[in-house]
Design a protein around this ligand. Structure first.
Ligand SMILES: [Fe+2]
Length: 392
């Protein structure tokens, strides 16, 4: 249960919205662990207690926080933090510190930001694994460029599903760059800030090959591979060449359930990934599957072209290959894959550290195929969504 209370006078130096939520109904000094704490309770039944130092550190006043940058000026190292006098004034917590400083906190902001909320982010959707028959969300190019709701729908689908389509855009060179830059700066790599995936009838250069490209992630040989890839279709009238995708997290989760020893092998065994040419030699030693300390999947690095010589203990080698082949075989299973024929004016965007991409073989003598692409940082995708969601 929550109710709307009028926004208090306290400027929390916070651009996200904190105008709606349960009102703060009590604020008292308590000693739950034998030391002086500030106990807080809200009208929805939530309660917590905070050490005085947390509140002193988060004081939003103009002395403690810069008025325009909103950045913290207060330095927790300089003062002896005592126990404040505590009072409640119309959904506002008022603390008077022994040195004479006064701190005022908005009660709803405190409810949102009380410790234990694990990175309070109402605007950012949870990732959702693909199920069999996954179909991506489609957003009209016009809605994306002309409306907040269109851009938000695109950003939310990209974060949630790791893949989203944009339809009916112009077939203009560099439209992909304009779209990307409306989200954030391009992420450049050793291949530049943008790239062309192009084929021509009777190709005379390896860059225009038409061979099948197995599912992979781009540039896993970088310490930080590109996060988001945008691929914009300008021409596609060659026969074949469907774009194919798989949710690497869904595949890895299936392997964790069905062949846990293979999952553990790929998650706990770093291998070498490397790209080399005349100017570059970019290499890392990382596992194919990365999980965080809580076992949550964070990244897939899968690109068979740029695996370097396998440097593992001899007794590990066959077991590692067994696990690798299992993962690859699962990636090829139709139930995990989503195939799309991109049409001119259509753009696909996907999370390169979660979703693998590939391409079917095509016949370059039947027509032209030209995609333009670039990369974006995930931080910019989340940032844009937070900004667009500020005034919900
Ligand atoms: Fe690629």
């Amino acid at each position: 249960m929550s109710s709307t209370v009028e926004r208090s006078r306290t400027d929390m130096k916070e651009l996200a919205d904190y105008s709606e939520g349960p009102a703060l109904t009590s604020a008292t000094l308590e000693q739950p662990d034998g030391r002086s704490r500030i106990g807080l309770a809200w009208e929805d039944g939530t309660h917590t207690w905070l050490p005085p130092i947390w509140l002193r550190d988060h004081c939003p006043c103009d002395v403690c926080r810069h008025t325009s940058s909103r950045e913290r000026l207060y330095k927790i190292i300089d003062d002896e933090i005592g126990v404040p006098d505590v009072s409640l004034d119309d959904n506002m917590l008022v603390l008077n510190w022994p040195d004479g400083h006064e701190s005022c906190f908005d009660g709803i902001w405190l409810h949102q930001r009380r410790p234990g909320q694990h990175h309070f982010q109402p605007a950012i959707p949870e990732a959702r694994a693909w199920r069999e028959g996954f179909l991506p969300d489609h957003v009209e190019h016009r809605d994306f460029t002309e409306s907040v709701s269109g851009k938000r729908a695109w950003l939310e689908a990209l974060i949630r599903d790791g893949l989203v389509m944009l339809d009916n855009g112009p077939t203009e060179l560099d439209e992909v760059i304009r779209i990307a830059e409306s989200i954030g700066p391009l992420r450049a790599t050793n291949f530049g800030a943008r790239f062309d995936v192009q084929s021509r009838p009777n190709p005379n250069n390896a860059a225009y090959t038409a061979i099948e490209l197995e599912l992979h992630t781009d540039l896993p040989n970088w310490r930080h591979p590109p996060d988001i890839q945008l691929l914009y279709c300008l021409e596609n009238d060659a026969q074949g060449g469907a774009s194919t995708f798989a949710d690497g997290f869904a595949v890895a989760e299936a392997m964790r359930r069905e062949a846990p020893h293979h999952f553990t092998m790929l998650a706990e065994t770093p291998i070498d990934l490397r790209f080399q040419d005349d100017k570059h030699d970019i290499a890392v030693r990382e596992p194919i599957i990365r999980v965080d300390d809580h076992g949550v999947l964070r990244e897939i690095r899968f690109n068979n072209w740029i695996r370097d010589a396998l440097d593992l203990a001899p007794e590990q080698i066959e077991a590692w290959y067994d696990a690798y082949r299992d993962f690859w075989a699962r990636l090829r299973e139709p139930r995990y894959r989503a195939d799309f024929e991109l049409s001119p004016g259509q753009m696909i965007a996907f999370d390169n550290r979660r979703v693998l991409h590939g391409r079917g073989q095509f016949d370059p003598n039947t027509g032209k195929r030209h995609l333009q692409g670039c990369y974006l940082d995930y931080d910019m995708v989340e940032s844009k969504l937070r900004v667009l969601s500020r005034h919900d």
